[in-house]
Design a protein around this ligand. Sequence first.
Ligand code: SF4
Length: 318
Amino acid sequence: MPEVVARRRLEWAEVERARGVRWGAGLLHLTDTCPVGCAHCSVGSRRDGPRVTDFGLFEAMLDGLCASPGLGVVAISGGEPFAERRALSLAARRITATGRLLVLYTSGVWGTSGDPPAWIGGVLRLASCVVLGGDAFHAARMPAPAFAGAVRAVVAAGAHLVCQVLDTPRERETAARALTEALGPGWSRVAEVRPVPLLPYGRAAHFLPPPPSAPGGSFGRCPIVDAPVVRYDGWVLGCCDENVVMGAGPPALRRRATTAAEVTAALAELRDDPLLTAFGRTGLGALTAAEPYRDLAGRPMRGICDLCGHLLARAQTG
Ligand code: SF4
């Protein structure tokens, strides 16, 4: 068993550094249920979305993830992980007991009471970093006091807080104001605002026009191919793209597993795949300079994941 390390706070730049190392960080997709139902949810989670029902399978997925070498940082996302008390408590304990640093993604919907239940405090105390949805779509669906309550609970538990907002001046200013109200003027010592683009997936797909096509040879490195995903329901995935997480994307990125040993083997197979490794190093477009991919260099692609699907399919058929 890996040595147990003391928890330490993780700022977002450190999480990003871990994600940039092949299998330096991984993600446990814990549930597809979420009580909030934001209009821009990139994985389309709903109140009645699928959730953990087979705890034997869930533990096997968790154990396989925790037995995989590397993976110094493990994040838990969903859906809303805090909607799964039993699964989240178990996962947070096991991930940290095997020496990984824990990152949690949450809407903060549990912060309404201002004093969250003891089990939530217990999970937060195991986390090194908590990424809290702070954008206008979240605010529109959450009770007003929930954000401030969640912010204070995360900071009181000793985790670093990352308030994730959409990348507009208004969103950044609103988040900074809300953090000042919740934590006082020195909030940046314990928290940061992370602006992100609106992703054209899930319920947000209709907010954005389809991306323009570009020739295959023009695409660069994939920034998220080095971070694998293990889903609660038996899937091991070679990247954390939302479409792949939700069952679409290139089939070559997906493995089925039902035991911990199968999870660990699937993770090792995906990690050692030379083409996937090259996606994060050489870049996808650069690969089209070589046979048997040369005809893809000038072919219009709807995005980097479109090219990825073609490259992987071509590699499989030789
Ligand atoms: S390019 Fe391939 S590996 Fe990268 S995010 Fe898209 S589907 Fe995943």
